[in-house]
Write a protein that binds this ligand. Structure first.
Ligand code: PLP
Length: 370
């Protein structure tokens, strides 16, 4: 089935950089662009958009096992993280925020900026051999911790932190957990309720196989009134059709965080529908099967070292392998139409639902020459 939905022209093992757009999603994008150019308001009328919006909230909530009232469409991972940074700053003054040294820059800079503006201490948990250990978080989290920001899957090596234990640590001191889920959502199961996630943000252009400039933000609906809503617009108001300049009256749900009209969330939803159709658990077990095969094959090669944790609870769609000649290997891979990411002294290989053993065979046929 997936062969029909996604048709790469090359061996694509690079979803952690950018995902492939499924055919259905591409067609939906073309359809909406056609409406925009030919009939605009005839297609984008508000009643129609409201129905699509509810469907989007339900489908996105299914992905996360969240409450649909806590879902809003965004443009990037950064936008969702920023909603929290803006909304929570009044609660963070003189407290501390905990991040870690594996994080991708976006999930660092936003907290640096927040800390700088508000007299907040930023604490950095140090990783050990590419892993984030609970003891290290325990050492940094205290009664002044207002927020812990962490990625569900680390971009650098695919490490997956124990979110359930982490949320317990931060909730015990009255803080919140925010998860950057861009490297996991769409491939690795996540359960915001069971794992105690307060806020989650994920751009859609990687594992969700969505279009650029789209993403999902989730907030536990019980926390909506605890966040200030700094960026608001006509669409954030619960009676936005009225359009008169009275006092702002926000939506009771997460929609208040969306300042403007945004028809292209429907394109994103086409990808989400496909991911839900595949089923996250099935997708993840497919990923592990292909990954196990790859790991076995790489272990037969003398000069490569697997840098990612293979512990069952710490795995994801990403495997990092090191080799002293990684730059030349990558150049060779590109010449042979095989795409991965070459960075941080090694090769980062991403496997998604559309990848198969044959992709790995082609990869190994190049790797074995080094
Ligand atoms: C963990 C992580 N967070 C955030 C980003 C950037 O997200 P966005 O461009 O959606 O803001 C990336 C991109 O690689 C990432 O790996």
């Amino acid at each position: 089935m997936e062969k029909m939905d996604i048709e790469p022209d090359l061996v694509y093992l690079n979803t952690a950089a950018i995902g492939l757009l499924p055919i259905k999603t591409r067609d939906k994008l073309i359809e909406l662009t056609q409406i925009h150019s030919k009939s605009s308001t005839a297609g984008f009328h508000l009643e129609y958009m409201d129905t699509k919006w509810e469907k989007f909230q339900l489908d996105a909530a299914q992905l996360l096992n969240g409450d649909s009232q806590g879902i809003v469409a965004t443009n990037y991972t950064a936008s969702g993280l920023q909603i929290v940074a803006d909304g929570i700053q009044h609660k963070c003054k003189y407290g501390n925020i905990v991040i870690n040294d594996l994080e991708f820059t976006t999930n660092v800079y936003i907290w640096h900026q927040l800390a700088k503006r508000n007299n907040i201490e930023l604490r950095v948990v140090n990783s050990k051999d590419g892993r984030l250990l609970m003891d290290e978080f325990e050492r940094e989290i205290d009664e002044n911790t207002r927020l812990v920001a962490v990625s569900s899957v680390q971009s650098v090596n695919g490490f997956r932190v124990d979110l359930k234990r982490l949320s317990k640590l931060v909730h015990d001191v009255g803080g919140y957990l925010i998860v950057d889920a861009i490297q996991g959502l769409g491939a690795v199961p996540i359960d915001v309720k069971d794992e105690g996630i307060d806020f989650l943000s994920a751009g859609a252009y990687k594992w969700l196989l969505g279009p650029f400039n789209t993403g999902i933000f989730y907030i536990n609906p019980l926390l909506i009134d605890e966040l200030d809503t700094l960026l608001v617009g006509w669409f954030s108001d619960s009676n936005y059709i009225e359009l008169n300049n009275r006092q702002f009256n926000p939506w009771p749900n997460a929609k208040r965080f969306q300042p403007s009209f945004y028809p292209y969330f429907e394109v994103l939803n086409t990808s989400i529908e496909l991911i839900n159709e595949w089923g996250i658990k099935k997708t993840y077990s497919h990923i592990l099967k292909v990954q196990d095969y790859m790991v076995d094959e790489i272990n037969k090669l003398p000069n490569y070292k697997i840098m990612s944790s293979l512990e069952p609870n710490e795995r994801s769609g990403i495997i990092k392998i090191d080799h002293p000649d990684y730059k030349n290997i990558n150049a060779d891979l590109v010449r042979n139409k095989i795409h991965i990411t070459s960075r941080f002294g090694g090769l980062r290989i991403s496997i998604h639902k559309f990848n198969h053993f044959e992709d790995i065979d082609k990869l190994i046929s190049i790797l074995k020459n080094y």
